[in-house]
Design a protein around this ligand. Structure first.
Ligand code: DAK
Length: 259
């Protein structure tokens, strides 16, 4: 892979967007590599995935403006519309929770990628914005919808129409990020959170993510039906029996196996 770095240990994957010379802006190659990588990651039985950017300045400075400007119409529509949407979707629907460790600029597609993650942690130097309308386009990879869900329609529309940049503290205040850390503490904090998630029952965590995502836009009654099936699935696991038996017998549970 040319535009991504990936490593994993103890059920936790770390995916690094790696075009530091262009502040990790996503281009057609990165979109292709993300789409090729995610099906393989899904087979790895990860319990948590962290996404971050390489270098000290950026998580992702959005779409590669130079490439987007130069691509012929069909390719531009493919990479910066269909394929980039599919990449965001692959992140959002990834079977395990995904943490965005936002280590600098998260602009345009960068903020959209962070919004596709389950949880956003930021470094103090992080900056968030949706600058698309200042470039003659509009957010195209779910930024409108996911930003409205994350911070509410009024605040989201203000940010979308004005393109105003938010510093990490303001992003925290409006609920766009879960927590802010000094730069050097960001990855340790993300890994610590990932370890906490990974220590829980994988089937239960995955089912919780599935239901949380699926329930957006559903009535409570509709989502209760989904829950029933997912809950039943948890009940069929050895992990459930092991953890509940340990509780009843007043002893520490064994590590969860995912079975
Ligand atoms: N694309 C290409 N190159 C970029 C880039 C980008 N987005 N951002 C930065 N770079 C490059 C710079 O050109 C520069 O390259 P060299 O000159 O060194 O060769 C290098 O990265 C360092 O950047 P700067 O020199 O500009 O660094 P500064 O610290 O001065 O400024 C900055 C950092 C992040 C404030 C600035 O680089 C900046 O404003 N960058 C552009 C950010 C931006 O507007 N991004 C949003 C792009 S629009 C869609 C899906 C998604 C999208 C659209 C449609 N569909 C599904 C339809 C997404 C759209 C977007 O993301």
């Amino acid at each position: 892979m040319n535009t991504l770095l990936y490593e994993s240990h103890d059920f936790i994957g770390v995916l690094t967007l790696n075009r530091p010379q262009a502040l990790n802006a996503f281009n057609s190659e990165m979109v292709d590599e993300l789409l090729a990588l995610f099906p393989d990651l899904a087979k790895e039985k990860l319990r948590c995935l962290i996404i971050t950017g390489s270098g000290e300045k950026a998580f992702m400075a959005g779409a590669d403006i130079a490439e987007m400007n130069a691509l012929p119409y069909e390719k531009a529509v493919h990479y910066y519309c269909d394929a980039s949407n599919a990449a965001m979707e692959a992140v959002e629907q990834f079977p395990a929770p995904v943490i965005a460790a936002v280590n600098g600029y998260a602009l345009g597609g960068g903020n959209e990628l962070a919004l596709s993650c389950d949880i956003r942690l930021a470094s103090e130097n992080a900056v968030f914005a949706q600058p698309e309308v200042s470039l003659g386009i509009m957010p195209g990879s779910g930024g409108i919808q996911r930003l409205m869900r994350a911070v509410g329609p009024g605040k989201a529309k203000e940010l979308l129409y004005t393109t105003r940049r938010l510093k990490a503290e303001e992003a925290l205040a409006i609920g766009l990020v879960n927590a802010v850390y000094p730069r050097e503490e960001l990855m340790p904090a993300a890994v610590a959170m990932a370890e906490k998630i990974a220590a829980n029952a994988p089937v239960g965590v995955a089912a919780t993510k599935r239901i949380a995502n699926a329930s957006i836009g559903m009535t409570l009654e509709e989502s209760y039906r989904l829950e029933l099936e997912a809950f039943g699935g948890c009940f069929k696991t050895n992990d459930q029996k092991m953890a509940m038996t340990a509780f009843v017998e007043k002893r520490k549970p064994e590590p969860f196996t995912g079975n």
